[in-house]
Design a protein around this ligand. Sequence first.
Ligand code: HEC
Length: 99
Amino acid sequence: MKWLLGLGFAVSLAAADPAVLEKGKAEEKRACVACHGLRIVHVQRLTRAQWDRELTKMAGWGSPIKDREALLEYLVANFGDDKPVAPLPRSEDASNQKR
Ligand code: HEC
């Protein structure tokens, strides 16, 4: 069973591969902007399982995801639940910025 642990380690190393993240970013640009902007994506802070479900949901609605693995790695690496909370977006009249 020890080899399984090794495999998991290899997979997590591959996850940080900049080439994979770059591919994931390109995939996001291709598959995720037809219906909404990317802000709704980038303000999220989700676990891997949650991003995985999110991709299933968007694919079900018609997102033409091809390189799902790279996209998932990119989302987890940049918008994982271990990342600091996204800055509050400005409302149209910036009234949410006043105290
Ligand atoms: C076919 C249209 C469509 C495409 C393409 C699409 N989305 Fe969405 N997405 C939606 C709609 C509609 C909503 C808002 C509905 C809702 O509130 O669940 C949404 C909402 C979201 C949200 C906010 C949380 C949520 O579930 O509502 C996230 C995150 C998201 N999309 C990510 C993505 C990603 C990542 C991609 C690319 C893989 C993508 N979307 C591509 C239609 C799409």
